[in-house]
Every structure is written in structure tokens, then in C-alpha cells.
Ligand binder design. Structure first.
Ligand code: PBG
Length: 327
């Protein structure tokens, strides 16, 4: 048979395949989410997130050093706040000596070059488990935005390189940018969770932080998964208001959204490979139904192929280690 085109030529050997691979994974493109708890020497397993832990500050430093040595240079911090400090105002979120603020300072003291990003939202601090202040069963936008702006300044004061608002209130990026400017934090970045969907895939994360909503759900502020055009509006608005990096979340079930956003914007795009997406692979691997390493690399590569420049993923360390081994 005469064929003028044989596509298998470019698939013939590992050397050829890697030469023509369009998408590559680098540890520098990963952001490692880390859960912080009070205490010393604490490395608490999270049942719905196998191989993932809540870390006390000493363990946090150890973990960040290990990540750094593997080439993962950015972390995204989440604090697990004790119940007695939760209220409906987010007061503890502004405490200069709160767990989050201490975590930021501790990391920056030990690893000054590490890029420290922080979650900005009220849910870990909220007695209702909602991302904002609750009045008469409603999550009120504008009073919440005021607290989020103060919270961002507090994180910047502690040394955060980026604040990452994950709350989906309207107008928060502009308010945060203005507050940072007013307080002289001209070089603090904002990674906006711009297109964040109301997703069941956040379940394991809410176990990790004990932050599940006490009533209702988050559908009045997080996006409806039936929609994608809305994601473009959100992303463009956040960039207009001052976002440096925009995010799509979750990642794997939203590859089309990542791709659509990529066509529209010229800022770095991050995708959050969320807790449920992590747990699914872990669970299937534990059953012997999937090869964990292969599934991990395939999924992470797909997120990059769709258009994500950065990936926040609980696989950051594992993937970085594997990439080092197979390099
Ligand atoms: C809270 C927040 C959530 C996640 C990141 N920040 C959960 C939520 O919105 O309920 C989810 C992360 C994950 O599932 O890995 N503002």
C-alpha cells in the first residue's frame, strides 16, 4: 500500500514522541495546596484525601522545603480554624496572630524565595460554613467584600506574595486591589478564583477544613455548572478589576471552560484540580482499578493541554517526584 502520510512515524519511539510532544509538565507549574492546623509535630491524615495531611507549622516548613527541593516553588495555604474562633463576622480572619498569618510568616522566614499564596474567603472562619457574612439566610455581598479586603491586607502584611480570593462575591477583586494599594502593598499579587463553580467535587476539601456549609449550598454565589459563557464575563471583569492570575475551578470536569478562557485573556491561567478530582484517582487506584501514576500524569497533562498555565493540585509533590524519576 502506498501512503503519502503515515502518522505513526511520529509515534514510533519514546525519543520521537517526546520530541514532538506539545504539552509538558514542569514542577514549577504546580501550586501545592497545604492545610495548616495548630499544634506541633502534627501530620493529620485526611480520610477522604488519601496521602494528604493537615500540617502544624513545623511540619508545614518541612513539607515546603521538600516541595522546593522537587522544584515546586508555590504553595497555597488554607487554615483549619478551631470551632470556638468561628463566628459570622470573620473576625479571626483579621487576627494578625491568627494561624494563617503565622503560617505565612513562618514560611517566609524559613523559605524567603517560596511563592506563598493564601486563600481569602470566610468559610473556614464562618460559624455557618459559608464564604461570606450571613444575614437572614442570605450571604450578603458588600459587607463580605469589606472583610475580604481587610483579610487580604492582613495576609500581605504577614508576607503573602499572592492573595487568592475564592469566595465569588461580586466586586471583591477591585476592592482588594484598592486596599492593597492604599496600604502600600503595590507588589502583592491577586490570583482570582474567577470561574469557580458550585461543585460536589469540593467535598473532601470541606472534610479537610471542617468547613461544609451549615445550611443550604453555595449556588447563590458560585457558578452554575451548566454555564460557560458566564466564565468569560467573570474572568474579564476580574482582570479589569486588577487580577494578575485568573483561575478556573474545578479543572478536569471544566476543560472546555479552561480552553474558552485561554482564547480570551492574556494573563496566566491557573486551574484548580480539586479535592474530589484527586480523591477519585486515589480511590480507583486503591481498588486496583487504575494505575495511579499514569492517571495522575494523564490528567495533569490534559489540564495543561486545555490551556492552564498553572495547576493547583494535591498531586504536586507526587507528580514532581515522578517527573524527576522519569526525566
Ligand atoms: C473555599 C474553598 C473551597 C475550595 C477552595 N477554597 C471549597 C468551597 O468553595 O466550598 C475547594 C478546594 C478543593 O476542593 O480542593 N472558599
Amino acid at each position: 500500500m502506498f501512503l503519502s502520510k503515515r502518522y505513526r512515524i511520529l509515534r514510533r519511539s519514546p525519543a520521537i514522541r517526546s520530541m514532538v510532544a506539545e504539552t509538558r509538565l514542569h514542577p514549577e507549574q504546580f501550586i501545592a495546596p497545604l492545610f495548616v492546623v495548630e499544634g506541633n509535630d502534627v501530620r493529620e491524615p485526611i480520610p477522604s484525601m488519601p496521602d494528604y495531611f493537615r500540617l502544624s507549622l513545623d511540619e508545614l516548613v518541612r513539607e515546603a522545603k521538600e516541595l522546593w527541593s522537587l522544584g515546586v516553588k508555590s504553595v497555597l495555604l488554607f487554615a483549619k480554624v478551631p470551632d470556638d474562633l468561628k463566628d459570622n463576622t470573620g473576625k479571626e480572619a483579621l487576627n494578625p496572630n491568627g494561624l494563617m498569618q503565622r503560617a505565612i510568616r513562618t514560611l517566609k522566614n524559613n523559605l524567603p524565595d517560596l511563592c506563598v499564596m493564601t486563600d481569602v474567603a470566610l468559610d473556614p472562619y464562618s460559624s455557618y460554613g459559608h464564604d461570606g457574612i450571613v444575614e437572614n439566610g442570605e450571604i450578603v455581598n458588600d459587607p463580605t467584600v469589606e472583610v475580604l479586603a481587610k483579610m487580604s491586607v492582613s495576609h500581605a502584611e504577614a508576607g503573602a506574595d499572592f492573595v487568592a480570593p475564592s469566595d465569588m462575591m461580586d466586586g471583591r477583586i477591585g476592592a482588594i486591589r484598592q486596599a492593597l494599594e492604599e496600604h502600600g502593598f503595590h507588589l502583592t499579587g491577586i490570583m482570582a478564583y474567577s470561574a469557580k463553580y458550585a461543585s460536589c467535587f469540593y467535598g473532601p476539601f470541606r472534610d479537610a477544613l471542617d468547613s461544609a456549609p451549615g445550611f443550604g449550598d453555595k449556588k447563590t454565589y458560585q457558578m452554575d455548572y451548566a454555564n460557560s459563557r458566564e466564565a468569560i464575563k467573570e474572568v474579564l471583569q476580574d482582570i479589569e478589576e486588577g487580577a494578575d492570575i485568573v483561575m478556573v475551578k474545578p479543572a478536569v470536569a471544566y476543560l472546555d471552560v479552561i480552553h474558552a478562557v485561554k482564547q480570551q485573556v492574556w494573563v496566566p491561567i491557573s486551574a484548580y484540580h480539586v479535592s474530589g478530582e484527586y480523591a477519585m484517582i486515589k480511590a480507583a487506584a486503591m481498588q486496583g482499578w487504575l494505575d495511579e501514576s499514569k492517571a495522575m500524569l494523564e490528567v495533569l497533562t490534559s489540564i495543561r493541554r486545555a490551556g492552564a498555565d498553572l495547576i493547583a493540585t494535591y498531586f504536586a509533590k507526587q507528580a514532581a517526584r515522578l517527573l524527576q524519576e522519569i526525566a
